[in-house]
Write a protein that binds this ligand. Structure first.
Ligand SMILES: [Zn+2]
Ligand SMILES: [Zn+2]
Length: 292
């Protein structure tokens, strides 16, 4: 059988190029290969030669493979995306549950805080109640070996509110100012301008109130203990640390609000703008102060 060219179907007069894909011979001109170039190729390379048709078939098959791979990759990404969507939905759900839990805890916390505040207030009131039997005597210089009991009796008789020994339950000095207010101090002459305050605990509240009503005693330390210092004595209510702090706050804020006077009477903090406008602030003063 006559050997024909796979491209032009004309006889192969001379040597040509052989395609192992379709098992056909080709004229050099028909397959676009220069004879001189072809002859320089190794046998191995010559075996690899493919005609136009076979080349296109190979390219098509390669493309099919690539498309298949792309499809697989796309499917993988799509699956990943779906999984992430599910995870996000679960996280959202969890987050919403957490938010609810936090809100619940916040409500509980607020409730407990309110209850604690109420209790704290009750404790404050009870502590101050315990102090209602007490008075403070200010400005009396301290002396070595002083007899405070006797001093209180002397002041009582000069104020014309006798306080006999059996009505005085306790009497001691405390150093005011910084540090623990409630700490009793040993009597000793101090270099401070203000002598330690004398705290007197009476047997009952009525007597304490009578003394407090004589706030500005009109007495001088000379009248009581002699000596050279001539201090004006005055009497105050005996406040717990809490009410002392409150009183300080009240004084600061009331000044800003143009109140002329701030004082304490029978456990209440009072303030006055003029003689006509008198306000008694309850123990809820703390809140009012924050607002003011
Ligand atoms: Zn040909
Ligand atoms: Zn071929």
């Amino acid at each position: 059988m006559e050997n024909k060219c796979g491209e032009c179907i004309k006889p192969m007069a001379s040597e040509g190029v052989y395609c192992h894909g379709c098992d056909k011979d080709y004229h050099f001109t028909c397959c676009g290969v220069r004879e001189a170039t072809y002859k320089t190729k190794t046998e191995e390379m010559k075996l690899k030669f493919k005609c136009r048709v076979c080349k296109e078939a190979t390219i098509g098959s390669n493309m099919k493979t690539e498309i298949e791979e792309l499809k697989n990759a796309l499917q993988f990404h799509s699956d990943t995306y779906e999984n992430m969507k599910t995870e996000i939905a679960e996280l959202k759900k969890e987050n919403s549950a957490n938010k609810k839990e936090i809100m619940k805890m916040k409500t509980e916390n607020d409730y407990l805080y309110r209850e604690l505040s109420k209790l704290q207030e009750r404790v404050n009131v009870m502590e101050q109640k315990d102090n209602l039997n007490c008075v403070e005597i200010h400005n009396l210089p301290a002396q070595p070996n002083e007899d405070l009991q006797e001093i209180v009796e002397t002041i009582g008789s000069q104020l014309q509110i006798p306080a006999e020994k059996n009505l005085i339950k306790e009497v001691y000095r405390v150093q005011k100012g910084k540090g623990d207010y409630a700490t009793k101090t040993k009597t000793k002459p101090t270099t401070n301008k203000k002598p330690p305050v004398i705290v007197v605990r009476f047997a009952d509240k009525t007597l304490a109130n009578q003394w407090i009503d004589k706030k500005k005693t009109g007495l001088s330390s000379v009248n009581i203990i002699g000596g050279v210092q001539n201090n004006d004595l005055y009497i105050n209510e005996h406040l717990t640390q809490h009410y002392r702090d409150l009183y300080w706050q009240a004084r600061i804020t009331s000044k800003k609000l143009n109140y002329q006077f701030v004082w304490i009477k029978h456990g209440y903090i009072c303030r006055e703008r003029s003689k006509l406008q008198q306000t008694c602030l309850s123990r809820h003063l703390e809140i009012k102060i924050e607002v003011g």
